[in-house]
Design a binder for this molecule. Sequence first.
Ligand SMILES: NC(=[NH2+])NCCC[C@H](N)C(=O)O
Ligand SMILES: O=C(O)CCC(=O)C(=O)O
Ligand SMILES: [Fe+2]
Length: 342
Amino acid sequence: MFRIDLSESDIAEAGVLVAALAERYRTVEDPAFVREATIIAHELPRALRAGLLEFRLTEPHPLCVIGGYPIDDDRIGLTPGHWKDCGGEGRPTLAEDLFFYLCASLLGDPIAWSTQQDGRLLHDVFPIKEHQFEQLGSGSEELLTWHIEDAFHPMRTDYVGLMCLRNPDGVNTTYGSLEGIDLPADVVEVLRQERFPIRPDRSHLAANRQNDGDEQLRRLRDRSYEWISGLDANPEPIAVLFGPQENPYLRLDPYFMEVPASDPEAAAALDTIVKAIDANIAGYALKPGEVLFLDNYRGTHGREPFTARFDGTDRWLTRLNVARDLRKSRAHRRSADDRTIY
Ligand SMILES: NC(=[NH2+])NCCC[C@H](N)C(=O)O
Ligand SMILES: O=C(O)CCC(=O)C(=O)O
Ligand SMILES: [Fe+2]
């Protein structure tokens, strides 16, 4: 993977910046912070900015890990039990959230899904008891099968960021890609065609809906949920590969894909790529303070199963979805600078 390790002076510099910001902003969801973040991010240490620029421009690897940011395990408090209880103001992780958001702002602009975690920009990823056996980031006992994040969605983002707040059991995030894999040309050709129906993953379904806020928001969300449940009933066929001829980009979440029996050629092609990626899956256990950016065009990711305790000591990550071009989703956002995709 591509690594950026912060030096002692980088860590000190970032610490001073984040401490000052924590006096000005109470949450990364604050629209004033969201607006300014891109400028403020240029006050991060130069080596960090240079590293993220290289990752963004040269696509050296599907994963970029930033190491060295210190976390005081006592100060961040217990791992919450549900994301509905811990978003917005008053998070003990404000400093970590700010640092993470600034790093993300060097790759692009974070967006929020109206249908995920109450439309927040910053998601929490920790085990939730009721989700223990689900194919959700908040599951635990089941292997979270590898996927391109939000693969079903035409406005899925270029990057997924994960910041590790704690990972006491060393649970692996898994990752895979087409690096070093030579798929037969006829398979590639089929995979480039829109022959692969995909359903929305369950994190976007109304079953996981919580608070709506005001009436206008509720109506907009109703529309998003209608669109998603329509897709669930009637999955849209997508192309699995796109972009460059040599190193094509990926779009798949096999758990939620089923090729109709009427198209055995497409079914065989999907099977071939899934097996090829499966054969080269690797794992990485994030350490507290590490930030991982996944290139969501180049690499798939998932998570190994683990047994959660639900006593405040479980693994806890935060997540950001980062778009390189906000305009791609402009028709689905209320204003040019609004970040929520409806
Ligand atoms: N193959 C899968 N399990 N896909 C769904 C991934 C989990 C989803 N992104 C979530 O936020 O929970
Ligand atoms: O927990 C992890 O390491 C990955 C989680 C994930 O893939 C997700 O939340 O979509
Ligand atoms: Fe994911």
